[in-house]
Every structure is written in structure tokens, then in C-alpha cells.
Design a protein around this ligand. Structure first.
Ligand code: PHE
Length: 415
């Protein structure tokens, strides 16, 4: 590592003095495996997991004209992992943005809530697995909108070949495998009732036109020749997964000799896929305990969600002056005081409003010509997926939001 990188890494680490995990997030992380959404029978995320697992179990071998490979399946691994497993062994650079406490939940300096299920890959390789699927809840501090929630679910897949085939061959096998998966998921029997009737058959219709896919170059620290797979769905390219050929140093970290082996890995987000396949318009709905949501789904069946109502939103704006520049510098580039980060604001609001916050967007921005200070206005959208909100409760929450911004965000100058 270059000196510059080391110094920056030290700074990033030194900011982690206490855990940045709110109690409601930790509580969900510590839920028992059977309480996790991807393990709840009938839940769309559970059905989707099983469908993808079935593809790897049954279809894959058959499609490629060879006996099916046994993919070991994991869906109970605890989400509390070491920074070594989550980042270091996956060659995530010390100064990589994903390591920042604005992006990742830290229990302490060396322990995080996994930011991706890839965090289990090296350990499972060390345990001797050469083909496996890991599904789990993952945790990221992020913006708030209909597609982002601080907890979501991923599945990673890994396959390592012992006879050290060429990387070109491994890449071809990967692309063929994932192309097959995309067709399996998106191409359903043509049926005039297709939108309403349950899709029980995961077998694609031979007559149906293939779903268009495209491969987009990508970059992940742990793979090379990395790609993202997108499918054309209702006129838009939808990103389905990331993948690539496993870096030799990652194999080495898993006690696998890269001179004798090569392999591929992929990772996909279950919510994005489930939102599209089950027609679920808001990611918060997956957490709903409302019977009108839960009752719509059966085990192993993809049904199109029928929205039961859309309650009116309540909008509230909040403006603030933010610090973008460190106030004092010790000459080594180290900063005094924290700088504004949008994820901190989102989490502050989420902590007070829970699932009543639907969206937080920047609506206006202004830099003072003289002082160069920046003023930002955010619009917070409050809406419940299952009831009407009262003015009173939203005003109360909004007042708390303003109060907390004043008290907790040292990076915000004034409201
Ligand atoms: N872990 C990556 C992510 O969360 C996805 C990925 C997994 C990409 C495995 C390549 C290989 O975005």
C-alpha cells in the first residue's frame, strides 16, 4: 500500500469510536433465522430464494447437458461479521467508500453488519465448499426512497473448478449459467391471464421469446472481468446482478490454490427482483405485517401484488446550512468536526419516523456567494402503506426531526 492510502485508511478507522447501529436495526439483525424475511414461508423473498435455488439444483445441469452440480445452500448465517471477512479478504481497499461509517454499520472497529453476502465466501471456501449459494439479510446506510431500505437481502453464488480451466472458459460458464437464470426467472408461460394467474411453473415456455439481456462492464475488488447483467423489462434495463471471475488472492484467502483452481462468483439483490416479478411498488411493503399484503402470497408461487390502497402522502421541507469544508486542518489533511453526509440525515429521520418515511429528496440547493456556505433543502415524504396519517403525528415527528438535526448533526450550521 502506498503511504497516502495508509494515512487515509487510518483516518477512516479513527472515526469509528462507537457503534453507529440504531437499536431497531440491531434488533432486526439479531432476529432468529426463521424470522428473517427470506426464510418466512409465503413471503415473496422466500419464494424468490427457493426459485433461484431450484434453478441451480435442477435446471442448470439439465440445460448444460451434464449431471447437476450440488450447490450447498446457506440461509441462516448470522449477519454480524468481521471487517476481515466483509472487506479485507475480498480485497476491498482500506479507503474504499463502502467501508465508511456513513455507509456501513459498525458494532466496533473490527465488526460490522454484513454489507453484502459476499462476506461469507472466503470462510465457506476454507470449509471446503466449491459450489454454494448464500442468502441473507444485508445492511447499508443509504438514501431513502421506494427502492432503498437499510436492510435488504442478497444471494451470492460461487463455483470453483478444480482442473484450473482458463479464465475465458470460466467466464463463458458464468455467463451461460446466469443467462439461463435470467430466462428462468423472467420468461414465464405465455398466457392471456399471465398477469393475474399464479405462476406455479418455474419452467420457461419454449415458445416464449427470450428476454433480452445485456452485459455491462463493472468493477468489484474481488472479481476480474467483472460484469453486470441487465434485463429489458417493460422498456427499461433492469440491473439484476454483479459477477466475475474470482481474484486469485481471494481464492488464496479461502485456502484454495489459484494455480490449480479457478472460479466464478455472482451476487444479486432479492428485493429489486421481487419488486419487479411480484409487482410490489414499495420496498417497505416487504416488512409489512398487514394481512392485506401477506395474504396475497403463497409458498413457491409468483403472484402479482394487487395494491389495496394508496394513502395520501404528507410532505415536509427542511432547510439547512451545511459544512462541506473542514474548518481547521492539522496539515496532514485530518479534519476537525464531521462533514455533512446525506445518509446521516436519512438515518436520523428513519430513527424518528420508522417506516412512515417514504422518501427524502434534495429539492433545492444554494451556495452563498460570499461565505461559500451551502444551503440545502430536503423534502421529506411521509406516507404509511397501510393507514392514513394525521397532521398531528407528522407535525410531532417533523418537530423532533428539526430538533435532532440541531442537536446531533455537528456538521449542520443552522436550520
Ligand atoms: N457483493 C457485490 C455487491 O453487493 C455483488 C457481487 C458478488 C459481485 C459477487 C461480484 C461477485 O454489489
Amino acid at each position: 500500500l502506498s503511504r497516502g492510502r495508509g494515512a487515509r485508511a487510518l483516518r477512516a478507522q479513527s472515526t469509528i469510536t462507537k457503534s453507529n447501529i440504531p437499536p431497531h436495526i440491531l434488533e432486526k439483525a439479531k432476529a432468529t433465522p426463521s424470522e428473517k424475511l427470506h426464510n418466512r414461508v409465503h413471503h415473496p423473498l422466500c419464494t424468490l430464494r427457493k426459485i433461484i435455488e431450484a434453478y441451480f439444483e435442477n435446471e442448470l445441469g439439465a440445460k448444460q447437458g451434464r449431471p447437476p452440480v450440488q450447490f450447498a445452500k446457506f440461509h441462516d448465517l448470522p449477519p454480524i461479521v468481521s471487517t476481515r471477512a466483509c472487506f479485507d479478504e475480498l480485497l476491498v481497499a482500506p479507503d474504499h467508500p463502502s467501508r465508511r461509517p456513513t455507509d456501513t454499520y459498525y458494532l466496533d472497529e473490527a465488526t460490522v453488519l454484513r454489507a453484502h453476502t459476499t462476506a461469507h465466501d472466503t470462510e465457506l471456501l476454507r470449509q471446503g465448499y466449491r459450489a454454494f449459494l448464500v442468502t441473507g439479510d444485508v445492511y447499508r446506510r443509504d438514501s431513502i426512497d421506494k427502492k432503498h431500505y437499510p436492510i435488504f437481502h442478497q444471494m451470492d453464488g460461487v463455483r470453483v473448478f478444480a482442473d484450473a480451466p482458463s479464465e475465458a472458459w470460466v467466464l463463458e460458464d458464468l455467463k451461460e449459467t446466469l443467462y439461463g437464470l435470467a430466462q428462468y426467472l423472467f420468461r414465464w408461460p405465455k398466457n392471456s391471464e399471465a398477469d393475474k394467474s399464479p405462476r406455479t411453473s418455474a419452467l420457461s415456455d419454449a415458445d416464449a421469446a427470450p428476454i433480452p439481456v445485456r452485459w455491462v462492464d463493472a468493477e468489484f475488488p474481488f472479481t476480474r472481468h467483472s460484469l453486470e447483467l441487465e434485463v429489458l423489462w417493460q422498456g427499461d434495463w433492469l440491473e439484476v446482478l454483479g459477477c466475475g471471475v474470482i481474484q486469485p488472492d481471494v481464492l488464496r484467502a479461502g485456502d484454495v490454490d489459484p494455480a490449480k483452481h479457478s472460479g466464478w462468483a455472482f451476487g444479486l439483490g432479492l428485493e429489486r427482483l421481487a419488486m419487479v416479478l411480484f409487482d410490489v411498488p414499495d420496498i417497505r411493503l416487504f416488512w409489512s405485517s398487514d394481512k392485506r399484503f401477506i395474504k396475497q402470497f403463497q409458498d413457491g408461487v409468483i403472484t402479482q401484488f394487487q395494491p389495496y390502497s394508496k394513502y395520501p402522502p404528507v410532505y415536509k421541507d427542511v432547510s439547512m446550512w451545511v459544512k462541506d469544508q473542514p474548518e481547521a486542518s492539522d496539515g496532514n489533511g485530518s479534519t476537525s468536526g464531521r462533514l455533512f453526509h446525506e445518509n446521516d440525515l436519512c438515518e436520523l429521520v428513519r430513527n424518528l419516523a420508522g417506516d412512515l418515511v417514504e422518501d427524502i429528496s434534495r429539492v433545492d440547493e444554494f451556495v452563498h456567494p460570499k461565505t461559500k456556505r451551502r444551503s440545502i433543502c430536503y423534502r421529506i415524504t411521509y406516507r404509511s402503506p397501510d393507514r392514513s396519517l394525521t397532521d398531528e403525528e407528522i407535525n410531532r415527528i417533523q418537530n423532533q426531526v428539526r430538533e435532532c438535526i440541531r442537536l446531533e448533526m455537528s456538521d449542520v450550521a443552522e436550520l
